[in-house]
Design a protein around this ligand. Structure first.
Ligand SMILES: Cc1ncc(COP(=O)(O)O)c(C=O)c1O
Length: 379
C-alpha cells in the first residue's frame, strides 16, 4: 500500500493530465471590479460582488464599527454563546426583505443548504432537485437520507412525471432561482403551481438573484403569487459579506434553529459580517436603480458578443473540453480581462466554460471590448 502523500501525488497528476487540477492564484481585489494579479491590473468578470458593495464606504464602515464594538469572532454557536443583537436585526431585516415571517442566518450559504434540507426530509421522504443545482444542495439532499430524484434542468414535464410517482412521505422540490453556472432562471411560478398540485414543499436558492432581479429583491419577487416554503440565499454575493440565510414561516425557522446541524454545531457568523450585510441591504433597498445595472450590463455584453440575451448577471460561454476553456481564459487575460474557466465537476463533462459575472461597476466601454474579444475567440 502506498503512502497518503503518494496517493495525493498520483491523484494530482491525473487531474493535471485531464486539465482538471485547480490552483489558487494570488489576486488582490481592488475597489469596483478591478483586481491586481502578478503585478498587473485586470478587469475581473469572475466575482459575484454584483453591486460592488464590498468596498462601499457605508458597508466598510459598518463592518469596522462592528469589530470595534463587538470584536472579531462570534466565539461559539449562537445557541451556546448567546445570540448577538446584530443577528436578530439581520434576521428581522432579511425576513422583511423576502416577505417571510422569519429568517435564520448561517455562517455560509453552503452551511445553510446542508443544514436546512435534512431538517425537513429524511428516510421515507423524497427530494426533487434540478439537475443543475449547486453542489451544496446535492450535499444537503444526500445528508438528509431522503430519496434524491433529479429532474432535467427546468423541465416541468419531467418534474411532474416524478411528482406523479407514488410517495409515502414528504416531497421537497429544490431549485435555484438563477442558476449559478448558466445564468438562466427557473420557472418558479410553474414549479410552485406543481408543488401545490402534488402537495410538495418548495425551496429556492436565490444566491445569484438577490441584488439583481426584481429591483434587488431576487427571483422570487418575480412570482409574487408563488407559495415558496423556504427561501434560501447567501450574504456572500450582492450582499457583499459572508454567510447564508433561509427565510420561511416562524415555525419552520424555529425548527431550523433547533435542528439544523450546521447551525447548532457551528460557530455563528462574525458580527462584522452581519453588520456589513445589514448595510448592504440598506443600499439595495434604497437604490433599485443600482440593482438594475448588472442585468442591463450583462445584456449589453450578450448583444456585443452576439450571444443569447442575458437573463441575469451571469453569462456562460460553453466551450467543451477543460483545456479549451483554460486557453480561452489565458487569451482573455492577455487582454486584461479576468474570466476564470469553470470545469468539471462544477459543470458537466463536455461543458467546460467561461462564466462571466457582470457587475454594476463594469464600464460600458470595457464590456464592449470584452464582447469584441469573445467574438474574436469564437471566430
Ligand atoms: C447557488 C449557490 N448556492 C449556494 C452557494 C453557497 O454560498 P456561500 O458561498 O455563501 O457558501 C453558492 C456559492 O457559490 C451558490 O452559487
Amino acid at each position: 500500500m502506498h503512502s497518503l502523500d503518494g496517493f495525493a501525488r498520483s491523484k494530482l497528476a491525473a487531474l493535471e493530465a485531464g486539465g482538471l487540477r485547480r490552483s489558487l492564484i494570488r489576486t488582490r481585489r481592488l475597489a469596483g471590479p478591478w483586481v491586481e494579479r502578478a503585478g498587473k491590473t485586470c478587469l475581473s468578470f469572475s466575482c459575484n460582488d454584483y453591486l460592488n458593495l464590498t468596498h462601499h464606504p457605508d458597508v466598510v464602515a459598518a463592518a469596522r464599527q462592528a469589530i470595534t464594538d463587538y470584536g472579531t469572532g462570534a466565539g461559539a454557536s449562537r445557541l451556546v454563546t448567546g445570540d448577538h443583537p446584530l443577528m436578530e436585526a439581520l434576521e428581522t431585516r432579511l425576513a422583511r426583505f423576502k416577505g417571510a415571517e422569519a429568517a435564520c442566518v448561517f455562517a455560509t450559504g453552503y452551511a445553510a443548504n446542508t443544514g436546512t434540507i435534512p431538517v425537513f426530509v429524511g428516510k421515507g421522504d423524497r427530494v426533487l432537485v434540478d439537475a443543475r443545482a449547486h453542489a451544496c444542495i446535492w450535499a444537503g439532499a444526500k445528508l438528509s437520507d431522503a430519496e434524491v430524484l433529479t429532474y432535467r434542468h427546468n423541465d416541468l414535464d419531467h418534474l411532474e412525471s416524478l411528482l406523479r410517482q407514488p410517495a409515502t412521505g414528504a416531497s421537497l422540490i429544490i431549485t435555484e432561482g438563477v442558476f449559478s453556472m448558466d445564468g438562466d432562471r427557473a420557472p418558479i411560478g410553474e414549479i410552485a403551481a406543481l408543488a401545490g398540485r402534488y402537495g410538495a414543499w418548495l425551496m429556492t436558492d436565490d444566491a445569484h438573484g438577490v441584488g439583481v432581479l426584481a429591483e434587488g429583491r431576487g427571483s422570487n419577487a418575480l412570482f409574487p403569487a408563488a407559495r415558496i416554503d423556504l427561501q434560501m440565499g447567501t450574504l456572500s454575493k450582492a450582499l457583499a459579506s459572508s454567510g447564508g440565510y433561509v427565510c420561511g414561516s416562524k415555525a419552520a425557522i424555529d425548527l431550523i434553529k433547533t435542528r439544523a446541524r450546521s447551525f447548532v454545531y457551528s460557530t455563528g457568523l462574525p458580527p462584522a459580517s452581519a453588520s456589513a450585510a445589514l448595510a448592504a441591504l440598506e443600499v439595495i433597498e434604497a437604490r433599485p436603480e443600482l440593482c438594475a445595472l448588472p442585468l442591463a450590463k450583462a445584456s449589453l455584453l450578450t448583444r456585443a458578443a452576439n450571444l443569447p440575451e442575458a437573463e441575469s448577471a451571469i453569462v456562460p460561454i460553453i466551450l467543451g473540453e477543460p483545456q479549451t476553456a483554460l486557453d480561452a481564459q489565458a487569451a482573455l487575460e492577455a487582454e486584461g480581462f479576468l474570466v476564470v474557466a469553470i470545469r468539471p465537476p462544477t459543470v458537466a463533462a463536455g461543458t467546460s466554460r467561461l462564466r462571466i459575472a457582470v457587475t454594476s461597476g463594469h464600464p460600458d466601454a470595457d464590456i464592449e471590448r470584452l464582447g469584441a474579444a469573445l467574438r474574436k475567440l469564437a471566430s
